[in-house]
Design a protein around this ligand. Structure first.
Ligand SMILES: [Zn+2]
Ligand SMILES: [Zn+2]
Length: 365
């Protein structure tokens, strides 16, 4: 997705001293190149999928075993196997032997997988503000300061919270040469309203149902690039009309966008992000940042972002909104209900438990 620029009308120009030419405004054609070749597009190619996002959510919450992932995500065995294989192939997870019997493997996060943590934080944060009737996720506790926190996307250089209007973008050398076209099979994802099997953790279903497929995130990126009219979005995304209509409908129904009349004869509407939609910006920009770090293109980045207040290339750092310190994944806890904790209870290897029992029996004897 190239993402993360700003509404064209709000775009400024970089100071002349930097000798950077910043795109004065994304035309549908510019946007098309950026949407399809950007670092975010490559990230989406890999992870813009409901099941991959749920697997990562659970990996960050401590799940490692196949059966735990299956129960917590509610994925069918075949689907789960396929996604775990994909995440291993892409270097996001690795297989680690455990227990005594050979062939027992658990799934752990690599550094590349841990690098996705800011994206997960951004989604968690959005969910906690907007999931409402769908059930809010447990609060996050920043152990360093001891407070319940909302993670904030801040500039890695000047530490100010990132505002969409303060982010500038320009196409990089990889803009026209790298291609990350979304794959074809993009069936409508399930919604979260059906019954779930016992043990499924529905935390973050609202965000994952909203953006958990590649087309939805590309649509979001097109809106962040300042495209509002159906024809412009259609030209930039280059997807089937039924898919685009479906995703627009979905965004309207969850309140991420609204329709505004811009011409009366004949009546024509454009799509504008609501506050709830703009609040997905940290998600989009952390995804872009992850792609920049972990999926570098051979000919250089497809898109470069700059932070207007400090004039530096923008790198994102998630920070605690109470103490403003950067968030280390090991310093984050959850404050959750007993019910939620019960859902999250993970399987333990049978062998050590059986061994302990046997030892206890021996001691009594
Ligand atoms: Zn800055
Ligand atoms: Zn803090």
């Amino acid at each position: 997705m190239g993402v993360l620029g700003v509404d064209c009308a709000m775009m400024g120009v970089m100071p002349a001293t930097r000798k950077k030419t910043v795109t004065p405004g994304a035309t549908p054609r510019d946007a098309r190149n950026l949407l399809r070749s950007g670092e975010g597009a490559r990230a989406l190619q890999m992870l813009g999928d409901r099941w991959c996002l749920l697997i990562l959510r659970d990996a960050f919450l401590g799940a490692r075993r196949f059966e735990d992932f299956r129960r917590l995500t509610g994925a069918a065995r075949g689907t789960l196997t396929q996604r775990l294989n994909l995440l291993v192939q892409q270097g996001v997870l690795y297989r680690n032997p455990y227990g005594r019997s050979p062939g027992r493997l658990e799934y752990r996060l690599t550094d590349k997988g841990m690098g996705f943590y800011p994206v997960a934080l951004a989604l968690w944060s959005w969910e906690s503000r907007w999931a409402g009737e769908f059930g809010l996720p447990p609060a996050l506790i920043h152990k360093r300061c001891g407070h319940a926190m909302q993670p904030e996307a801040t500039c890695g250089h000047c530490a100010r919270p990132i505002q969409p209007v303060e982010v500038l973008f320009e196409p990089g050398p990889g803009a026209k040469t790298t291609r990350a076209t979304p794959v074809g099979d993009e069936r409508r994802r399930r919604t979260s309203h059906g019954p779930h099997a016992a043990g499924v953790d529905t935390t973050m279903f609202h965000s994952i149902d909203t953006i958990g497929d590649r087309w939805s995130v590309l649509l979001l990126a097109a809106l962040f690039f300042g495209l509002h009219r159906y024809d412009d979005i259609f030209a930039a995304m280059g997807i089937a009309t039924n898919i685009l209509s479906d995703r627009l409908q979905r965004f309207l129904s969850v309140g991420v966008i609204e329709r505004k009349l811009y011409s009366t004869r004949p009546p024509r509407y454009e799509y504008r992000l609501t506050a709830k939609g703009w609040d997905l910006y940290p998600f989009a920009i952390t995804l872009q940042d992850w792609g920049t770090t972990w999926l570098p293109a051979p000919n250089g980045p497809a898109i470069r972002l700059f932070h207007k207040p400090c004039h530096h290339a923008l790198r994102v750092r998630m920070a605690c909104n109470v103490c403003h310190e950067p968030i280390d994944p090991h310093e984050v806890g959850v404050q959750a209900s007993r019910g939620w904790r019960a859902t999250r209870r993970l399987t333990r290897p049978a062998a050590p438990a059986a061994r302990k029992k046997a030892q206890a029996v021996r001691r009594k004897a």
